[in-house]
Design a protein. Structure first.
Length: 398
């Protein structure tokens, strides 16, 4: 293994992977190497402990797995070029290959090497290195960028817009899967079929899922995100107040090799709402995205999205017609409109029985109790059915 000075110098030349130097554990590793290279014995023990602490936090002490994961997920000019379908220039290719070898050396570090020459080595914490082959693994990841992505999109599959309009990962997404959903098979088939068209690069429509509350509109979108993320699907949720960020978001995602659903839950507008025109402009032209990588999916309890006052219907025929046309014009810009309606009594009880069977409940008065529960909650819905079964499970205890 090379001297500390040489390894430090090689790490400092990272160019394509330079962002990794400001991340842990390489940031703390550089600080430790500087102490050893410059003979700073006063800070050697503390800087070594800081490095291992960062390594424990990042990968439970596995430097090989840590370096591999960070390198494969790194958002770099090189991977962005490949994601756009371009061939990077030869100078970048040479730089990449050199830096992969540097990172491979970092991934093979051992406590024995880093502690060489120090006394009382038994007081220092240890770590380990899973054997990796980064120069071989990296081209394989590049070949599947449309599935794994890079940067933040390689770290999660569900995201939201923060208060500043930045994309942030959802750390604990709702784990719901298609198999957890009951009923509405025709509606879900339409939604999933459209999403699979998006993933296949075929024309895919922007979607409006409207209908009664508690019928599983949002759950359908979340289940699709969970089930199809391995095929390259990512879901980004934004609130109605964040619709102004749509143009910048569409520009940011346009050249990404992954496929995206921009998810706006429980959407409705008041008359004159500025978000109305912003969304209308984003959907302008065509409701479909032929070969594109982004679709907008909104859910709403209102079919036409705009809360219409009775006064809007007054006036002469021309003005009334214009008002009505404006009310429906936004919903018509969604190429796929799927309606989720509350189930009838038979449909509701079918959902209850299936959910109860999944939870191991067998009660003779199940249906009568379920009906009373629905009446108390204001009506039958899949949400009411799930809440009823959850309440039974909770009452029975462990």
């Amino acid at each position: 293994m090379e001297p500390f000075e040489s390894l430090l110098a090689r790490l400092n030349t990272l160019t394509i992977f330079r962002p990794l130097l400001s991340q842990e554990p390489l940031q703390s590793l550089r600080a430790y190497l500087e102490c050893r290279a410059w003979g700073d014995s006063r800070n050697t023990a503390a800087s070594y402990a800081a490095f291992v602490s960062a390594l424990y936090a990042a990968s439970e002490g596995d430097i090989g797995r840590c370096v591999l994961g960070q390198a494969l997920a790194a958002d770099t000019p090189y991977v962005r070029a490949v994601g756009r379908g371009e061939k990077p220039p030869a100078c970048m290719e040479d730089c990449l290959n050199r830096e992969l070898r540097i990172l491979q050396d970092a991934a093979e570090l051992t406590p024995g090497y880093l502690l060489d020459g120090l006394r009382n080595q038994d007081m220092y914490p240890g770590f380990y290195a899973t054997e990796i082959n980064l120069p071989a693994a990296y081209p394989l990841r590049l070949a599947e960028l449309n599935r794994f992505g890079y940067g933040i999109f390689a770290q999660a599959h569900m995201f939201y817009l923060d208060s500043g309009g930045g994309i942030a990962p959802v750390r604990r997404p709702d784990p719901i899967l298609p198999g957890d959903l009951t009923g509405y098979q025709r509606e879900r088939d339409l939604v999933f079929g459209n999403i699979r068209a998006l993933l296949a690069g075929r024309p895919a429509a922007n979607m409006l899922l409207s209908g009664d509350a508690g019928t599983g509109k949002s759950s359908t979108v979340k289940a699709a995100g969970n089930a199809l993320h391995s095929q390259g699907l990512r879901v980004i949720e934004l609130h109605r107040s964040q619709i102004r960020h749509l143009p910048a978001l569409l520009d940011e995602l346009a050249e990404n090799p992954l496929k995206f659903i921009l998810f706006i839950d429980d959407l409705s507008f008041q008359e004159g709402d500025e978000g109305y025109n912003a969304l209308k402009a984003a959907l302008e032209g065509s409701a479909a995205a032929p070969g594109g990588n982004v679709i907008v999916c909104a859910t709403s309890n209102r079919r036409h999205l705009v809360k219409e006052a009775f006064a809007n219907r007054q006036g002469d025929d021309v003005h009334r017609g214009e008002s009505m046309q404006e009310t429906v014009s936004l919903s018509e810009r969604f190429g796929l409109h799927v309606t989720f309606q509350k189930p009838d009594k038979a449909g509701y009880l079918h959902i209850v029985r299936r959910l109860a069977a999944q939870r191991g409940l067998d009660r003779q008065d199940l249906e009568a109790q379920a009906e009373r529960f629905a009446l108390a909650r204001g009506g039958r819905s899949p949400r009411a059915a799930r809440q009823f079964v959850d309440a039974l499970v909770s009452a029975e205890g462990p």
